[in-house]
Design a binder for this molecule. Structure first.
Ligand SMILES: NC(=O)c1ccc[n+]([C@@H]2O[C@H](COP(=O)([O-])OP(=O)(O)OC[C@H]3O[C@@H](n4cnc5c(N)ncnc54)[C@H](OP(=O)(O)O)[C@@H]3O)[C@@H](O)[C@H]2O)c1
Length: 323
């Protein structure tokens, strides 16, 4: 048996995984003290407004004093880092902050080993940048493993469904994204899974590396485009070319949202996923943690059909569409 943490600190609580986790805990376990953590002053203000009955703290992986205050007295923690994080510094700070507090009962760390973790299969085009999943996550994993802290690793071994919003892949009449076959995950399901694991009294989850996907969809992007067209009753072009991909990423580079080398890096990442697609397998881990079927891609598309339709424009005449 493991103790159920009486308090939980959530990093990235304003984000698409930590946010749903906080809302789920607020509703299902109102007795648990929550501390919502963000590295941004603006987002802490938004969190205070959205969760008036929760503690909110500023906590930056690059700043040990803020991190020490953010995790102080917390028995449970959810830890997620963005792509590009210097995990050596971030996890060294985090381990030190947790040791200062000395109250940790259970921590969840989101990682991604994706899809074949055998180092010689990882192309130099990915490792030469010095960041990204294949570089940063093994560093985090080694440091956390060696710390001996009570951790469950959630391996996000799938593509997030809300990438359709977060990347500029949908435009009027066109869906532009490199083709490859991958499993899928709704980020809200990840947040709920992390919450359920922290609330579980099953000690066997400690020191586990749970690979998560929705157990249903191992799809080519071209298949998703076809499904989207069926669900939205929209006709659009699907462009999987490198030129098309680099063109849609151009504004993000121009306005400084991503590093100039990021689009080329991401292209190689997709080719790496494609070259290893035989390693993906759907599983029921997430279903067992949630105690229900995870969200399917089709259900997600149906739920978001109005917003997606607006992004893709160009409605088909339903009376002439074939059924
Ligand atoms: N996109 C996909 O399909 C996919 C699939 C599988 C795995 N992944 C990987 O999963 C990981 C998470 O991805 P994501 O898109 O969820 O990341 P994200 O939203 O960019 O970042 C996660 C959270 O980290 C927090 N954060 C950022 N900088 C911080 C700092 N210095 N100190 C403390 N917290 C900080 C952010 O909250 P604040 O800004 O409020 O601090 C944010 O909510 C990444 O490694 C990604 O590559 C992505």
């Amino acid at each position: 048996m493991k103790k159920v943490p009486a308090s939980i600190g959530i990093f990235g609580a304003s984000g698409h995984i930590g946010g749903p986790m906080a809302r789920w805990l607020r509703y299902h376990a109102p007795n648990i003290k929550l501390r919502l953590i963000s590295s941004s002053e603006d987002k802490t203000a938004q969190l205070r407004a959205a969760f008036p009955d929760c503690e909110v703290a500023l906590g930056d992986y690059n700043d040990l004093p803020s991190l020490t205050a953010a995790v102080a007295q917390m028995e449970g923690l959810f830890v997620i880092t963005p792509g590009g994080t210097d995990e050596q510094a971030a996890m060294t700070h985090l381990i030190s902050a947790i040791r200062s507090s000395n109250r940790l009962v259970h921590m969840i760390r989101a990682l991604s080993a994706y899809p074949s973790p055998i180092p010689r299969r990882i192309p130099v085009e990915l490792t030469k940048f010095g960041w990204g999943l294949e570089v940063q996550h093994p560093i985090a994993w080694r440091l956390l493993h060696d710390s001996g802290l009570p951790i469950t690793y959630l391996n996000l071994g799938a593509s997030f469904m809300d990438n359709f919003y977060r990347f500029p892949m949908l435009s009027p009449g066109k869906f532009t994204w490199p083709n490859r076959r991958v499993p899928f995950l709704d980020p809200r399901d990840i947040g709920e899974a992390a919450a359920r694991l922290l609330l579980s009294d099953n000690a066997r989850h400690i020191d586990q590396f749970h690979t998560l996907n929705n157990g249903n969809d191992n799809l080519y992007v071209a298949d998703v485009a076809k499904m989207m067209s069926e669900v939205l009753l929209l006709d659009f072009e699907y462009d999987s070319s490198k030129e098309g991909f680099l063109a849609i990423m151009e504004p993000a580079v121009k306005f400084g949202f991503v590093k100039p080398e990021f689009p080329e890096f991401l292209w190689h990442f997709f080719r790496y996923e494609d070259a290893n697609d035989v390693a993906w397998s759907l599983n029921d881990t997430l279903e067992r943690i949630l105690g229900r079927k995870p969200t399917t891609v089709r259900a997600w598309l149906q739920e978001h059909r109005h917003d997606l339709s607006k992004m893709l424009g160009k409605r088909v005449d339903v009376s002439t569409a074939s059924h």
